[in-house]
Write a protein that binds this ligand. Structure first.
Ligand SMILES: Cc1cc2nc3c(=O)[nH]c(=O)nc-3n(C[C@H](O)[C@H](O)[C@H](O)COP(=O)(O)OP(=O)(O)OC[C@H]3O[C@@H](n4cnc5c(N)ncnc54)[C@H](O)[C@@H]3O)c2cc1C
Length: 322
């Protein structure tokens, strides 16, 4: 494991100031960060780890001023089990409940979940065995000619086919959430845009557009209008603990669906105001432009099957909300 220095921040602002050297990383639950430090899979590992777990009053769930407000250090278990989240923001509660395992949900925070690093098998390979497009300037995406089942079916920004691995990300995008940081308030859909111009640097390895010295403080989800329903469906190879191959967060109100797909693109793939009257047609609409990968070397090495799974997830989600 890489030898790192340790610092503890007493506020998000102090954490942001400590990040300013560009060579530090935040430690929340640590379930993703420590895994990365042990794997040493990137040349851009931090020199210092800044513990934010001790920041007071940063783990909460409350409805206030037309929003559900969730502190960045709130544990995924608390979100999954919250009565208010389950009742009014079901897609988020269901997504949180489907992250990893109980142990990881007890440690993992919502802030860490939306700031985790890509889960691509090439990106994550130990000792930077694959100097991929995200990590090294001019690097290649190995999924294009290799194993691609965990990769995009909608192409990739900057040639990178790694997908957004976060389960809560599609739910936040479909629910129209905002992400409040030490610098600004992001629309969730903008927050998850990857920075391909930064590929080859630590910032380019992120699944979001945060500056390296920007810290997530709070998630705000607008309180839905009466009659709004939402859900999150996830399909993974291993049922007990696994990242999504495909997931679908669907919010339906007034016959229209807001749909965000997970596991299929660099960011949650968002489709606004889809006609929800016919679930099968809605599913066909959102997958119409899918462009799955097929390795030129091995034609049976394809992720084409993810298109059908995505259609099924969308169809089941809409039908379940009727
Ligand atoms: C075996 C295994 C299975 C997993 N399965 C899933 C899964 O099915 N679905 C899923 O979504 N995730 C999964 N994860 C990933 C991870 O555990 C979760 O995403 C978890 O929520 C991360 O939260 P954390 O608090 O532990 O983050 P940490 O590890 O502490 O941090 C993760 C990253 O986010 C940054 N960060 C943390 N907090 C902030 C903040 N407030 N502002 C800015 N940056 C921040 C850190 O610097 C770090 O780079 C899995 C992990 C493992 C090890």
């Amino acid at each position: 494991m890489k030898d790192v220095k340790y610092a503890a921040a007493k506020s998000f602002e102090e954490a942001a100031a400590l990040l300013a050297d560009g060579k530090s990383a935040l430690l929340a639950g640590g379930t993703d960060l420590v895994y990365g430090l042990k794997g040493m899979h990137t040349p851009n590992l931090p020199d210092t780890v800044i513990d934010i777990k001790r920041i007071p009053n940063a783990a909460y769930i409350k409805e206030e001023g037309g929003f559900l407000k969730i502190g960045a250090l709130t544990k995924l278990t608390d979100i999954a089990e919250s009565d208010v989240v389950k009742k009014n923001y079901a897609a988020l509660a269901e997504a949180a409940k489907l992250v990893a395992s109980p142990e990881l949900r007890n440690m993992g925070t919502i802030g860490g979940n939306i700031c985790q690093k890509p889960r691509c098998i090439y990106y994550r390979n130990e000792f930077n065995h694959f100097p991929c497009a995200r990590k090294v300037k001019g690097g290649t995406c190995y999924a294009i000619s290799g194993v691609c089942r965990y990769h995009s079916i909608f192409g990739g920004v900057g040639g990178c086919m790694a997908v957004c691995p976060s389960d809560t990300a599609p739910a936040l995008v479909a629910l129209g959430a905002k992400i409040v940081t030490t610098k600004k308030t992001w629309e969730a859909a903008d927050f998850f845009k990857v920075q391909n111009k930064e590929f080859g640097t630590a910032r380019g390895e992120q699944i979001n557009a945060l500056d390296l010295d920007e810290v997530v403080k709070e998630i705000q989800v607008p309180t839905p209008a009466a009659g709004t329903k939402s859900t999150y469906k996830k399909w993974a190879f291993r049922k007990a603990i696994d990242f999504p191959q495909v997931s679908a967060a669907v919010v339906v109100a007034g016959g229209k669906a807001q749909i965000a797909l997970g596991g299929v693109y660099n960011e949650p793939k968002f489709f606004a105001d889809v006609d929800a009257s016919d679930a099968a047609k809605a599913a066909d609409t959102v997958l119409a432009k899918a462009n799955p990968l097929t390795s030129p070397q091995k034609r049976n090495n394809t992720n084409k099957y993810k298109v059908q799974i995505a259609k099924t997830m969308v169809k089941r989600a809409i039908e379940g909300l009727k």
